[in-house]
Design a protein around this ligand. Structure first.
Ligand code: C2E
Ligand code: MG
Ligand code: MG
Ligand code: MG
Length: 278
């Protein structure tokens, strides 16, 4: 009896595994065609000055408009894209499209603010990333100071290489931000070795800093230290007025979160930039 049950459990498991890998292969295949089928779009989330509420930047966030499944969020395909290496191609598209759109907005006389683009480890360690970025800037005509590259702390673990790459990127004149700061293992003294411009405090700390005193301490310590190191600091995932007020008291510079706006399609972002110059 028990043996039979075990056996059938194993069968269920096998069937589940098979279904899983078939689905995965299917998704992988669809992902590969999604660029030429023009199924990717960028949404943009405004970043605002904490005191004036003025838009000071935006983050480009990719979405997959799947023909049958509808809009798929990045957490459901970025990991697969990373594993398969497809992220390099996708990342190239994101970089180009974000720069092209930003330049188009500037040409239309809308607010001139930088666009932040998330870079994956695979793109970062790719040989020639500096040339690729400079090519995109030349092709789109976007001045380098309007591009900000977001990397994560884990990408700086290999200190020697990371410093090399970052120095090259800085020479191009682009901005560099560390995303999801506080979730990795780097200390601020270590961060100081890198030519970076901004830290983005991870959403998880902001999320419950008003409930968890430890998170409140982490947030205020990061802010205080960025001041010491002359770095800019932005808090991610600000959802409430109370969180905003706390961050204002701690003298955080910038905020990004649902309180101001979720990521929005490009036409909506364009309207926000238009309103901002009127
Ligand atoms: P991220 O770079 O940390 O982006 C911020 C994420 O937080 C976005 O999720 C955004 O929608 C979400 N968010 C912003 N404000 C709030 C808030 O107030 N509350 C809550 N609950 N969430 C908020 P999204 O767009 O789903 O992206 C998730 C992650 O996917 C990004 O995290 C980034 O790591 C990755 N990603 C997105 N686009 C790209 C891309 O073009 N390339 C690469 N390599 N990764 C990307
Ligand atoms: Mg980001
Ligand atoms: Mg983040
Ligand atoms: Mg993240």
């Amino acid at each position: 009896q028990a043996k039979d049950k075990e056996k059938s459990n194993i069968q269920v498991f096998h069937v589940a595994m098979e279904t899983y890998s078939i689905q995965r292969l299917k998704l992988e295949n669809e992902l590969r065609h999604a660029i030429s089928n023009q199924e990717f779009i960028l949404h943009y989330q405004p970043q605002v000055d904490i005191h004036t509420g003025q838009i000071i930047g935006m983050e480009a966030l990719v979405r997959w408009m799947h023909p049958t499944k509808g809009m798929i969020p990045p957490k459901e395909f970025i990991p697969l894209a990373e594993e398969t290496g497809f992220i390099v191609q996708l990342g190239d598209w994101v970089l180009y499209e974000a720069c092209r759109q930003n330049k188009a907005w500037q040409d239309q006389g809308l607010l001139h603010v930088p666009v932040s683009v998330n870079l994956s480890m695979r793109q970062f360690s790719e040989h020639g990333i500096k040339n690729k970025i400079s090519e995109v800037l030349v092709d789109t005509g976007l001045p380098p100071k309007y591009l900000e590259i977001e990397i994560t702390e884990s990408m700086t673990m290999d200190v020697k290489h990371a410093s090399d790459w970052l120095n090259k990127l800085k020479k191009l004149g682009v901005q560099v931000a560390i995303d999801d700061f506080g979730t990795g293992y780097s200390s601020l003294s270590y961060i100081k070795q890198f030519p970076i411009d901004k830290l983005k405090i991870d959403r998880s700390f902001v999320n419950d800093m008003l409930l968890d005193p430890n998170n409140a301490t982490i947030v205020s310590t990061i802010i205080a230290m960025t001041r010491q190191l002359n770095l800019k600091v932005i808090a991610e995932g600000v959802e409430t007025k109370e969180q905003l007020q706390f961050l204002q008291e701690k003298q955080c510079d910038e905020v990004q979160g649902f309180l101001f706006s979720p990521p929005v399609p490009s036409d909506t972002m364009g309207s926000l930039l238009e309103q901002a110059v009127q």
